[in-house]
Design a protein around this ligand. Structure first.
Ligand code: UD1
Ligand code: CA
Length: 458
């Protein structure tokens, strides 16, 4: 039987105090709803449905896939009502799994267990045991352990409130059964809502069997209603990723001080020091070392490269055996070739730094094609922008640029050229020659230092 997950995501999330719909708040840089969608698709489901309401267009615009049916729930009349909005999408012979868009860390394996439980039951419920079950629906069982009903906190008797087994909200049932039960759900309760959980007692009345899968990972089934819960799950998620990385052979000097918000691929013997944030798609080759305080986003770092402390790298490709930072800023479309060095307080944008070239101190290199084994002196600036347009700087192989030079683009420096320190280069410099532009140094003989004027300084 094929699986058909339905994700409930219509709630407003008032307690987030946010203009962003709750399910779009992120864990590990990914919207909570996206986490749930991804887990559902890992299940081998062809199609899924999402019941949405608050922040509709924004939610639909963010979560994109051709395999999602969207069902609008205009008014939030309860979880049973929410599922009913998608009832027309449910085929009789599918296994429906109900998930919540604000319970982001649910694993596909757990959802699969819930579906598998239907081999021996007609309805399965994912439950968990909580020391403090306040606020949750309680699992009411007979003395011999059969599930009879789920009773919400507000409708529960004092005795039922002592039950510690709670409903996580995730259930599974055959399409044909669920649709029949949903029609029987009435808003006869303290909140006047259509409770999905009433399907349990309805099924029991029909003589059907209801069984539970008990989840022992509290984070997997924890919902997010406020930013404290969001932060709790963020830490749980990061801790798990860090554990996976260490098991794959990555050294994390402090697993609680690295954040991965995206997809990280690592080679062998990668070492990541504290306070590093990795965003989007990042690939770190063998023997890459990341020193403290680095931010690396959507970038590829080659084998044996070291990223020194406090460097920021975005959408760049850094090849092997490079040495970057400390305090380097590598911006989009930068390509740093093998063996190159980018030192402190250097910014590189949309440029190629050729093999073995060095930009060691206090420089801006933008819109530049640089050859091999070039040495760029401290304080060199490629002046690529006239306030309107951007221009290219071309630097040949083995060029030596003296310190404090401005290269006014468009400009070309030929192979093996040397530029004298302190030059402002506006015209192309020929290959192999020394080119410099520097006012002649003069000394004013017998010049007197100005004296303090006592009257004025009183
Ligand atoms: C629900 C369960 C409760 C369970 C708890 C777990 C019911 C009646 N109660 O309670 O047994 O212990 O979850 O967290 O099902 N939603 C909609 N439309 C609605 C109402 C809710 O889409 O009209 C969505 C919400 O966005 C949320 C989920 O359904 O993702 C659960 O809704 P919520 O209001 O948090 O349910 P609870 O009352 O907490
Ligand atoms: Ca809730």
């Amino acid at each position: 039987m094929s699986l058909f997950p339905i994700i409930l995501a219509a709630g407003q999330g008032t307690r987030m105090h946010s203009s962003l719909p709750k399910v779009l708040h992120t864990i590990g840089g990914r919207p909570m709803l996206q986490h749930v969608v991804d887990s559902c698709f890992e299940l081998n489901a062809q199609k899924i449905a999402i019941v949405y309401g608050h922040g509709g267009d924004q939610v639909r615009g963010t979560i994109q896939s051709n395999n999602i049916y969207w069902a609008l729930q205009e008014e939030q009349l309860g979880t049973g009502h929410a599922v009913s909005q998608a009832a027309h999408l449910i085929d009789d012979d599918v296994i429906v799994i109900i998930a919540y868009g604000d319970v982001p860390l649910i694993k596909s394996q757990t959802l699969q267990l819930l579906a598998d439980k239907l081999k021996t039951s007609d309805l399965s419920v994912l439950t968990t045991i909580l020391d403090d079950p306040f606020g949750y629906g309680r699992i009411v069982r007979t003395s011999d352990g059969k599930i009879l009903a789920i009773v919400e906190e507000k409708d529960a008797t004092d005795e039922q409130r002592t039950i510690k087994e709670i409903n996580t909200g995730f259930i599974a049932a055959k399409g044909i059964d669920l649709k029949r039960w949903l029609k029987k759900v009435k808003p006869n309760n303290k909140q006047g809502e259509y409770y999905l959980t009433d399907c349990i007692s309805i099924a029991v009345q029909e003589g059907k069997t209801v069984n539970a899968v008990i989840c022992d990972d509290p984070f997997e089934v924890q919902g997010v209603n406020n930013r404290i819960q969001q932060a709790t799950l963020e830490r749980a998620f990061q801790a798990e990723q860090a554990e996976q990385l260490m098991l794959q052979g990555v050294t994390l000097l402090d697993p609680s001080r690295v954040d991965i918000r995206g997809n990280l691929k690592t080679g062998n013997d990668v070492c990541i020091d504290v306070n590093t944030v990795l965003l989007g798609d990042v690939t770190l080759g063998d023997n890459v070392s990341i020193e403290p305080g680095c931010v690396i986003e959507n970038s590829v770092i080659g084998d044996n490269t070291t990223i020194k402390a406090n460097s920021v790298i975005e959408s760049a490709h850094i090849q092997d055996h490079c040495d970057i930072g400390p305090f380097a800023r590598i911006r989009p479309q930068a390509k740093i070739c093998s063996g190159a060095k980018v030192g402190n307080f250097v910014e590189i944008k949309k440029s190629v730094i050729g093999e073995g070239s060095k930009v060691s101190h206090l420089s801006y290199i933008g819109d530049t094609q640089m050859g091999k084994n070039v040495n760029i002196g401290a304080g060199t600036i490629t002046c690529n922008y006239d306030g309107v347009n951007k221009f290219q700087t071309i630097i040949g192989d083995r060029v030596f640029i003296g310190s404090d030079t401005q290269l006014i683009a468009p400009v070309t420096i030929g192979d093996d050229a040397t530029i004298g320190a302190g030059s402002t280069i506006t015209k192309s410099a020929p290959l192999g020659e020394l080119t410099l532009s520097r006012a002649k140094q003069v000394t004013i003989k017998g010049w007197q230092k100005p004296q303090k004027n006592n009257k004025e300084n009183k």
